[in-house]
Design a protein around this ligand. Structure first.
Ligand code: ADP
Ligand code: MG
Length: 508
């Protein structure tokens, strides 16, 4: 019998072999995902400093076209934080390397997105990526890089240093990739439009390969506060995490260990919990056996009196900004926005923001237009698999006097330190009961208000109809009654008509 041969592959090699995990399935999807990942990094880099983002994206033709695919050059420039030169090569040339493995809301989560785009570009065009960046200090650095896929390490082909005369801060990423822009175009434009909606403080410019310019101008410079990093919540920990914390802790007793490493655990809560778990407060955490750690984890999940996580680690848009974004992109006749209080699933805090818009630029498609966002990222694929779709389709809309052929858009934003995506491709949110409940409650709230608006609108409509009948017949009635009364001139009806019309106008 032939012997099996065993080998180990690196993280980049794994993602090189399994590109579709990150959504790079075909030339059309790949170009969309590449743009999205690089733009998201730029948005994160500007928002983390509370700088209103200015992002310039250019996609241009490069080389000869074949029938289905074409080589493009993608260039994305931002005015964000910039990256220190010592981190640039790995940030763009080493898969699973990043600055966002933190407990706070960010778009990036895996240390993967931007690099997958660069890696895809490299394997489809065999050209390096060029990254230029400055943190606003004296110098600007430009690296020409490739990824050593087998070793998962960056290869630096060239490094240039320029004097930063204007204190510029930001990053420019440039690389070639294979794709099919013409097929991807509708999704890409939709991506920018929705990104503008959920980031109303950003200026986004996109120049496509045909030289067409798409410009989304900010409606405000107000921005949500950046999230602050948090500690793990006791309901969300597992044995691995406990072991790591025990390894690094300088606490010599359980009470200070719990207070120092877990979110919202104070003196009293620690005391109550240790009593509940039957652990002496003075016990040294480093002395816990493996069995005791497993038991500790189980008790952490069972204990009912931990405080819910607070939401400082989240950065929702807030009602005002969400309103500004939707007004800007959809210009609706009516808009209602609602933000739920923070909630949690499996120890992860999350907030649901919901809006319903009616009329304006919203098309009548026979169905509601659904806009889904997670941590301010538009989700454009697999709508029917998203928990929001289930929530919307299981609502009893007749109760709210809403019909699907009305020009209605529903906007859902879920933000969390850990969005429960079903796939690495970040396209739809899993059906977690806690998330579903929050979305349903938010939707009921905005629907109630929409119902008021619709019935007011209906009332005004009826009133207008009544007035138009009234104004049609009133002159005739006036004439007729003048005749009956034997008067020569009919009474002046203008005044009367005006006063009724005024009443109608006030109502609408
Ligand atoms: P992720 O965003 O999930 O961390 P990426 O591969 O997209 O993974 O990016 C890796 C890291 O590179 C980020 O964590 C960030 O620190 C840095 N980075 C990427 N793009 C930018 C940018 N435009 N500005 C500043 N830092 C960036
Ligand atoms: Mg990223």
């Amino acid at each position: 019998m032939a012997q099996a041969t065993f080998e180990e592959i690196s993280a980049s090699d794994f993602f090189y072999r399994n590109r579709d995990i990150a959504g790079l399935t075909n030339p059309s999807r790949a170009i969309f995902v590449a743009i999205r990942e690089v733009v998201e990094n730029s948005l994160d880099a500007a928002e983390s400093q509370k700088i209103p983002p200015d992002i310039y994206v250019r996609l241009s033709y490069e080389g000869e076209a074949t029938k289905e695919t074409q080589i493009y050059k993608l260039r994305v420039q931002d005015n964000g934080s910039g990256i220190q030169p010592k981190f640039i090569p790995s940030a763009f040339g080493q898969v699973l390397y990043g600055s966002k493995y933190k407990l706070k809301q960010m778009r990036g989560t895996f240390g993967l997105g931007g690099k997958m785009a660069v890696l895809y570009g490299q394997v489809t065009t065999h050209k390096p990526a060029i990254v230029t960046s400055s943190t606003g200090q004296a110098k600007i650095y430009t690296f020409t890089l490739m990824i050593d896929i087998q070793r998962n390490r960056p290869i630096i082909l060239d490094r240039k240093v320029l004097i930063n005369k204007d204190n510029w801060h930001g990053t420019i990423v440039e690389f070639n990739l294979e794709g099919d822009y013409l097929r991807a175009m509708p999704k890409i434009i939709e991506y920018f439009k929705q990104t503008a909606m959920v980031n109303p403080y950003a200026n986004l410019t996109f120049v496509d390969p045909k030289g067409r310019l798409y410009k989304f101008t900010r409606a405000t410079t107000a921005m949500p506060d950046p999230p602050t990093e948090t500690l793990p919540h006791p309901y969300g920990v597992d044995v691995e995490l406990l072991q790591r914390l025990i390894q690094i802790t300088s606490s010599t007793n359980m009470s200070s260990f719990l207070r120092g490493h877990f979110h919202r655990v104070g003196e009293i809560t620690a005391q109550k919990f240790l009593e509940f778990a039957g652990i002496p407060p003075s016990k040294n955490p480093k002395k816990l056996t493996h069995e005791e750690i497993v038991k500790l984890m189980q008790n952490l999940k069972k204990f009912k009196d931990f405080l819910p996580p607070d939401a400082n680690c989240l950065s929702p848009l807030g009602e005002e900004l969400l309103k500004a974004g939707i007004m800007k992109e959809l210009k609706p006749e009516y808009l209602v926005v609602h933000q739920r209080k923070p909630s949690t699933y499996a120890g992860h805090p999350f907030i649901v923001e919901m809006a319903i818009a009616y009329g304006g630029d919203i098309p009548k498609t026979g169905n509601f237009v659904i806009y889904r966002f997670a941590n301010k990222i538009p989700l454009l694929y697999d709508e029917a698999s998203d928990v929001a779709y289930k929530v919307i389709s299981s609502m009893n809309w007749r109760r709210y006097k809403v019909a699907s052929d009305m020009p209605i858009a529903i906007v859902i934003h879920v933000c969390s330190t850990k969005v429960p995506y079903k796939t690495v491709g970040k396209e739809f949110i899993a059906d977690r009961p806690e998330v579903r409940k929050e979305e349903a409650n938010a939707l009921r709230e905005v629907s109630r208000q929409l119902q008021h608006f619709l019935s007011r609108k209906e009332h005004v409509h009826m009133e207008k109809k009544r007035l138009s009948i009234f104004s049609k017949y009133l002159p005739k009635i006036a004439q007729f009654s003048a005749m009956l009364a034997g008067k020569e001139k009919a009474p002046d009806i203008e005044k009367l008509l005006k006063s009724v019309q005024k009443y109608g106008a006030e109502e609408s």
